[in-house]
Design a protein around this ligand. Structure first.
Ligand code: ZN
Ligand code: ZN
Length: 351
């Protein structure tokens, strides 16, 4: 079933006469449009792309199956909607701003119906083409990691390393970082979101790098922790606990299993070694057009896994004045379990 057909089926189930979308990732998902401003309006018989003159040629090129409806001062979106549809109109409640809602409410003769995660729910299960693209995005990150291990050395700053990661991913075809690269060395490793700083990396430190790129709209996300020089016994011990937790969580990933159970599997192992307090974030998140999507591997999220969901598995241990370890892979849920998109080695590497 193509995406528009799936939207219409959902519309029918929700008794909607038309649906309006404007979140950029959802416009891309439905139409292929990569610009930032526009609206997709879908009715049972038609599909429209509403935008202003800046994007006319882009819509014609990227979304040729949509009827282009021009917006301008005399024809703002509310008046176009009035012309194109009637009845119950669904809109994305998480993304509509109050000003636009008020305007629509004033002029629209039908009923406005807020919708929650309408497209995001469809986006949870990635199709074959999306998985091919996501694998490519991850391959770029994996290749970059292997190169980074060759060039990293004590004396470089975290920012130097982040810059190397960025340039290498761009050269391999990525359009940008999928989020701000984290390079957390030594005691800074205790910060789960320690973006690269001017700190000089030293021998004997663990270095955690968490990074990814965007390739053809899709994000990759991976984390590795390595040692600069020889790791000591404590560093090795912490590393092995995180790795054990990550591998154990992998083994329970399959369709039907609750996201909560996957989180708990890793969390129980870390707690069993006495580090419950040192793992303060969820085990992972879905990823796709956005870096953080639903569902989550978290004590607070109870969603059964489905084939095609793409999830990260990223346990960590963070200890003040010591540092931290995190290991993150991205996997896709398959009929009989999972397939790991991340291929970088996971044993503790000493460089
Ligand atoms: Zn990450
Ligand atoms: Zn992540």
């Amino acid at each position: 079933m193509d995406r528009i057909t799936r939207v219409r089926k959902k519309m029918q189930q929700a008794s909607l006469d038309a649906v309006l979308f404007y979140k950029p990732e959802n416009l891309f998902y439905l139409s292929g449009f990569t610009g930032t401003t526009g609206y997709v309006l879908i009715t049972p018989s038609d599909k429209y792309f509403l935008t202003d003159f800046r994007y006319f040629s882009q819509v014609k090129e990227q979304a040729p199956e949509f009827e282009l409806v021009p917006l301008d001062y005399a024809h703002p979106v509310r008046s176009r909607i009035e012309e194109l549809t009637r009845g119950i109109l669904g809109f994305e409640e998480e993304h509509m701003i109050v000003e636009m809602y008020d305007e629509l409410k004033e002029t629209y003769e039908g009923e406005l119906q807020p919708m929650r995660r309408f497209i995001e729910e469809l986006r949870m299960m990635k199709d074959e083409q999306e998985l091919i693209t996501m694998q490519k995005a991850q391959d770029i990150a994996d290749e970059t990691y292997m190169e980074i291990l060759e060039i990293v050395s004590a004396g470089m700053t975290e920012e130097d390393l982040a810059q190397e990661i960025y340039l290498r991913m761009r050269r391999k075809g990525a359009s940008r970082n999928s989020f701000e690269t984290i390079v957390a060395s030594g005691v800074r490793g205790a910060l789960p979101h320690g973006v690269a700083s001017g700190k000089v990396m030293q021998r004997g430190e663990l270095v955690t790098i968490d990074f990814g790129c965007v390739y053809e709209g899709y994000c990759s996300d991976m984390t590795r922790t390595f040692a600069l020089g020889r790791a000591d016994d404590h560093q090795r011990e912490i590393y092995n606990i995180v790795l054990e937790a990550q591998l154990a969580a992998m083994e329970v990933i399959k369709p039907g299993v609750s996201t909560q159970v996957v989180d708990k599997t890793a969390r129980d192992i870390i707690a069993g070694y006495g580090y419950a307090e040192n793992f303060g974030h969820g085990l992972g998140h879905a990823v796709g057009l956005e870096i953080h999507e639903n569902p989550r591997f978290s004590p607070l999220c109870d969603v059964p896994l489905k084939v095609g969901m793409v999830m990260t598995n990223e346990p960590g241990i963070y200890i003040d004045d010591f540092g931290g370890v995190r290991i993150e892979d991205t996997v896709v849920v398959t009929e009989d379990g999972y397939r790991n998109l991340t291929h970088s080695p996971k044993e503790l590497i000493e460089v």
